[in-house]
Write a protein that binds this ligand. Structure first.
Ligand SMILES: Nc1nc2c(ncn2[C@@H]2O[C@H](COP(=O)(O)OP(=O)(O)OP(=O)(O)O)[C@@H](O)[C@H]2O)c(=O)[nH]1
Ligand SMILES: [Mg+2]
Length: 294
């Protein structure tokens, strides 16, 4: 056991769909952050906390870095880069199933100035299309100083060794959260995120990116059930139709799956009341983007 307590804020950075949120969930042993195959699932610097003997690591999940000048992408990128700058350590997640193209190049350029505080997770080594040698070669050419770990965030392979290395590299510092905390998110935020995850899992093309959840109210029933009321905001009428589905089938599926998951996250039942509403072009509204993405 180390004599000095160590702690660090660890910014988890990488291209969209690299597996950042999956890795944080795996490390924390709980569903901290939502996950989907759709790039740009994460929109906030959600915190996942891992407390071990003599250390505490606070992971900051970040939106996948993607160079695009659309207002929403710019906001997502600013949030991720802010976390990168402020963190004690950086965990750069690479996806070994995809060839490192211009997107990886742009990320490695942003992370390189922080190479001294960066560890690399070479992820998805379980996948059939995984090419570890290609990722390692790329790292050797672009970030030779950083220690890299082959992992599968999904299967948990190599994750323990990675956490041990992070804990060892962390500077001396206090525990910022009580040991039993694995996240600092408010319940209403986690509810909105869980609803959004179901939208990401069941819709296609531009629809997942056209959605956000607007909190309206919540209250507790006598039997301990939490009732949450919110609006699922979309940009256009056609998207509203898709989200409602034939005879309300889509919104029902989203609601039921979210209620199921939330029942596992919390020690009380959650009942959702969700209406779909159009706010034209909300993605171009800086005020909404600032409130939503932080
Ligand atoms: N085979 C395999 N799939 C993985 C692994 N880690 C993540 N995935 C999958 O990759 C997809 C993206 O995972 P996320 O954790 O949402 O990725 P992310 O980096 O947080 O993505 P954004 O939030 O969009 O930037 C999901 O379908 C995951 O199930 C892994 O170790 N192996
Ligand atoms: Mg994510």
């Amino acid at each position: 056991m180390p004599d000095v307590h160590k702690s660090a804020f660890v910014a988890v950075i990488g291209r969209p769909s690299a597996g950042k949120s999956t890795l944080i969930n795996s490390i924390c042993g709980e569903k901290v952050a939502i996950v989907s195959p759709v790039p740009q699932t994460t929109r906030n610097t959600v915190r996942g906390i891992k407390t071990g003997e003599g250390y505490q690591l606070v992971f900051l999940d970040t939106p996948g870095l993607h160079d695009s000048e659309k207002a929403m992408n710019r906001r997502l990128r600013d949030v991720a880069l802010h976390a990168l700058k402020d963190a004690d350590l950086v965990l750069y997640v690479m996806d070994t199933t995809r060839a490192p193209g211009p997107e990886e190049e742009a990320i490695v350029t942003r992370v390189a100035p922080f190479a001294g505080k960066t560890l690399v997770a070479v992820n998805k080594i379980d996948a059939r299309e995984s090419d570890i040698a290609r990722a390692r070669l790329y790292l050797a050419g672009h970030m030779s100083g950083a220690r890299a770990f082959d992992i599968s965030a999904e299967k948990g392979t190599g994750v323990e060794a990675l956490v041990a290395a992070l804990a060892e590299t962390a500077p001396p510092g206090p525990a910022y959260y009580p040991a039993e905390f694995y996240t600092d998110q408010e319940p209403v935020f986690r509810i909105a995120e869980t609803i959004r995850e179901k939208v990401f899992l069941h819709t296609r093309n531009e629809v997942p990116h056209a959605v956000y959840v607007e909190y309206k109210s919540h209250h507790m029933l006598d039997d301990g059930t939490l009732v949450y009321e919110g609006d699922l905001i979309v940009e256009r009428e056609t998207q509203k139709g898709i989200l409602i589905g034939a005879g309300g089938s889509m919104i029902r599926q989203i609601r039921e799956e979210a209620e199921h998951d939330l029942g596992e996250i919390f020690d009380y039942a959650v009942r959702l009341s969700i209406k779909v509403r159009v706010v034209p072009d909300w993605k171009k509204d800086d005020r909404i983007l600032k409130k939503l993405i932080q």
